[in-house]
Design a protein around this ligand. Structure first.
Ligand code: C2E
Ligand code: CA
Ligand code: CA
Ligand code: CA
Length: 279
């Protein structure tokens, strides 16, 4: 919270035109990033609560900027979301995730599924189903191996159209996860209105587990809700053993966080995947 405060403060002190210029420069570079192959995916393991084995992973996009080094998605995704760029970045992410999944399959490396973040604009385009299908077919990946993470902010636009697309994807076998659960404004209505399989407990609650009785109570309530609705649950942002123990005790299905591994390049992540000998 301290760092966020400092960041905001610094932003206000910088003159407005300098900030706009900076944004414009970054956006211009971002327009070239896909074509110049500057984007890459990192993979963060998610382990089964029951045996701590890697069950799935979340793909997280990175931008290797020629001059600035690695730019975090917290900086460039919001920028891309304000323009049409998020659509081409989103397509690249989907294709790259499927390409990598197919490669691991051929190598006999076992990963039950891979989770990809989808921005509301990708759903608004109305082309998400086609795009997902094309990426899966291009690389020969089964629908079941893909999970899509959405946030309830997608309901701000055409909610019916968005949820119809998710329903179709789900019907074909893709898993739909509701990301950052509990941090939005209408979480319970979202749960009712969106066709989802997985609930992701936001890092904000996980962080305060153990230190804060209300974080514990809210996490317990979310996981109870997931169980009664028959949803799979994933908690993110787990950094300590005590948080992991608390989540296991509360019945969370999958755990994700620095404790089990940071987001890492494919070459590093695959070292941690079990092998099957080709049958
Ligand atoms: P998110 O989807 O909530 O992703 C989880 C973020 O938490 C990631 O930040 C991850 O590195 C970080 N994280 C994971 N474990 C821990 C932990 O134990 N402690 C702490 N402090 N942080 C942890 P990252 O990679 O910087 O991504 C930030 C956000 O950018 C993501 O939040 C997501 O909203 C967006 N994003 C990332 N990749 C994509 C993408 O391919 N497409 C879209 N549309 N958005 C993306
Ligand atoms: Ca996510
Ligand atoms: Ca999240
Ligand atoms: Ca988040």
């Amino acid at each position: 919270a301290k760092e966020g405060g400092r960041g905001r403060h610094a932003m206000f002190e910088e003159p407005l035109d300098a900030r706009l210029h900076e944004r414009g420069a970054l956006l211009a570079d971002l327009r070239q990033a896909v074509a110049r192959r500057e984007l890459l995916l990192h993979y963060q393991p998610r382990v089964a609560a029951a045996d701590s084995r890697i069950r799935s992973a979340e793909a997280l996009v990175r931008w290797q900027h020629p001059g600035r080094g690695l730019v975090p998605p917290g900086v460039f995704i919001p920028l891309a979301e304000e323009s049409d760029l998020i659509e081409s970045i989103g397509s690249w992410v989907l294709d790259e995730a499927c390409r990598q999944l197919a490669l691991w399959r051929r190598q006999g490396r076992v990963l039950e599924r891979l989770s990809v973040n989808v921005s509301p604009r990708q759903l608004q385009s109305g082309r998400l189903v086609e795009e997902v299908e094309a990426a899966l077919l291009r690389h020969g990946v089964p629908w079941r191996q893909l999970e899509l993470e959405v946030t309830e902010s997608l309901l701000v636009g055409d909610a019916r159209q968005a949820s119809a697309q998710l329903a179709e994807l789900r019907q074909r076998g893709v898993l739909i996860a509701l990301d950052d659960f509990g941090t939005g404004y209408s979480s319970l209505a979202t749960l009712r209105d969106l066709p989802i399989d997985v609930m992701k407990v936001d890092r904000a609650f996980v962080r305060d587990l153990g230190a804060d009785a209300s974080a514990q109570a809210i996490t317990r309530a979310i996981l109870t809700l997931a169980q009664s609705l028959g949803k799979h649950s994933v908690a993110e942002g787990i950094e300590g053993e005590a948080q992991a123990a608390a989540l296991r005790q509360l019945g969370c299905d999958e755990l994700q966080g620095y404790l089990f591994g940071r987001p890492m390049p494919a070459a590093e992540f695959e070292q941690r995947l079990p092998h099957v000998s080709a049958a």
